[in-house]
Ligand binder design. Structure first.
Ligand code: ADP
Length: 493
């Protein structure tokens, strides 16, 4: 068997990529996913569409490569995290739309828990800050708002799962109800120290244990796809949440290894080895993956607005027609001429945690032009990353040497060079940017002996670009100080 089929079920689309033994993609297919916004702040997906689109692109990718089930050693899954699916075990029908990670419908419930002083308990047990982002309160919402669901859930007739659980359940014809450690750690129901669903939290949120999936390693055979999916049966043998899968695909296997994904927002993850590092200043402690019952932990920090600042320049300001034009514009000037752009469109995240702050452009003069503003927007992505990275470095004892990057905005060479300069660290950008799907393939392949171990994965050859820091310390410090001043003005607005 010559291939691994990787399913990458993301927020905006379902994708499938087939990898060969060298870890290279031989074919892929993708389909957009409908987004539903039934009320302000609510975001939903149709779970049936998630499954249908995912199986559809998988078959398409197989057709394109001209391969059959018998050619595939196993299936790996990377998935949008935290999104909550609840379905009837007997009919296989979801009881309502999937509640997407972005959905804020339970923000009030979360504030209530924080006001009652539960923050510390949740952080100690789950590594997370209480937030509507995670699955726990979404699941509680379904149990409270869909009649009849609770009593069926208590009997285990209604099941809960995040997206990988839902996909595996469908792939295996409704036989296997499992999740992996990385996804479980994003539910806010899972104790990352005892490695079990936490009874105190289940009781507090009134969630029946009977509806929860069994938690398994991220690389192990969960079950086999039924023939109705792909003709013959295929082992399903790896899964991880998308950010953790990217960390694995970037081969960040040693404590202290860091990757940053530059998409709409930016997600930084650092492998912290087999010990959880208690997070400070709003970072999260999470499980990167569990292999052979050995858990690898991670610290995670996010920047809300990264590539989205570029979208804003394009869609709202009309300064560029395409995101890629920003690179030449930024390079057409020597610096921003004192302009700073703080894209606090949805408030400020770590380390400020100010939800009321709003975007600001400072330092404008009559000489400020389009290129200065574009450059300031790109630089803001790097400054924000630098601030999260600095908390991460302080929060852990690891010496961060270089940063591996991926995501749409990592294609911008100006951003990458400025990032290297501002961090004073080397940036490594792989040529093959689909690290999320690759990570899921690696996890799946390890479980079935397609690849033997991490050393073999590290020996697979991929081209990459490197960006070396090339900025004098005095210049760097001055720029960073200017950024901090601009943030101060943003907060004081
Ligand atoms: P997501 O997975 O969050 O949808 P992607 O990884 O697909 O994000 O990246 C898309 C984001 O990257 C968009 O916000 C876009 O504005 C930004 N982007 C894409 N190409 C460039 C570029 N060349 N320069 C700057 N930003 C870019």
């Amino acid at each position: 068997m010559k291939y691994i089929l990787s399913l990458d079920q993301g927020t905006t689309s379902s994708r499938a990529i087939i990898f060969d033994k060298n870890g290279h993609a031989v074919s892929s297919a993708q389909k957009e996913l409908a987004q539903y916004y039934p009320k302000a702040g609510w975001v939903e997906h149709d779970a049936v569409e998630i499954w249908a689109s995912q199986i559809g692109v998988a078959k398409e990718a197989m057709q394109k490569a001209g391969i059959e089930a018998g050619d595939i050693a196993s299936i790996g899954i990377a998935n949008q995290r935290e999104t909550t699916v609840v379905w009837d075990k007997n009919t296989g029908r979801p009881v309502c739309n999937a509640i997407v990670w972005q959905c804020k419908r339970t923000a009030g419930k979360c504030s209530g828990l924080i006001d009652k002083g539960y923050g510390e308990m949740f952080q100690n047990k789950t590594g997370l800050r209480i937030d509507a982002y995670f699955s726990a309160t979404k699941l509680a919402w379904v149990l409270e708002n869909r009649t009849g669901v609770r009593s069926m859930a208590e009997k285990g007739e209604v099941l809960f799962g995040t997206v990988e659980t839902w996909l595996i359940w469908n792939l295996t014809g409704g036989r296997i109800h499992v999740t992996d450690y990385s996804n479980a750690s994003r539910t806010m129901l899972f104790n990352i120290h005892t490695l079990d669903w936490d009874d105190d939290i289940l009781k507090l949120l009134n969630i029946p244990r009977a509806m929860l999936p069994q938690v398994k390693p991220s690389s192990v055979i969960y079950g086999y796809s039924v023939p109705s999916c792909f003709g013959g049966k295929i082992a399903v043998s790896g899964c991880a949440g998308d950010q953790q899968a990217a960390l694995f695909g970037q081969r960040c296997y040693n404590a202290g290894d860091v990757k940053n994904t530059y998409g709409t927002g930016a997600f930084l993850l650092m492998n912290t080895g087999n010990q959880p590092v208690k997070s400070e200043h709003g970072l999260l402690t999470t499980i990167a993956w569990g292999i052979d019952e050995k858990i690898t932990y991670a610290l995670e920090g996010s920047v809300f607005i990264a590539g989205a600042a570029v979208q804003w320049l394009r869609d709202e300001m009309g300064l560029v027609k395409d995101a890629s034009e920003t690179e030449a514009a930024a390079l057409s000037v020597e610096n921003t001429n004192g302009v700073y752009f703080v894209p606090a469109f949805v408030g400020l995240g770590a380390p400020y945690w100010n939800p009321n702050a709003r975007g600001t452009i400072t330092g404008l003069t009559r000489g400020s032009n389009r290129s200065h503003i574009i450059r300031a927007a790109l630089e803001s992505i790097c400054y924000q990353t630098a601030e999260v990275m600095s908390i991460m470095a302080d929060n852990s004892s690891f010496d961060i040497k270089d940063i591996r990057v991926d995501g749409g905005a990592s294609g911008n060479n100006f951003i990458m060079q400025f990032q290297a300069d501002i961090l004073n660290r080397r940036i490594i950008r792989p040529e093959f940017i689909e690290t999320t799907a690759l990570g899921a393939a690696f996890l799946a392949g390890l479980a079935v002996g397609f690849w033997q171990n991490a050393d073999e994965l590290c020996s697979l050859e991929y081209g990459s670009d490197e960006f070396m820091p090339d900025m004098e310390e005095g210049v760097r410090n001055k720029l960073l100080q200017g950024w901090l001043n601009a943030v101060k003005q943003t907060i004081n607005n």
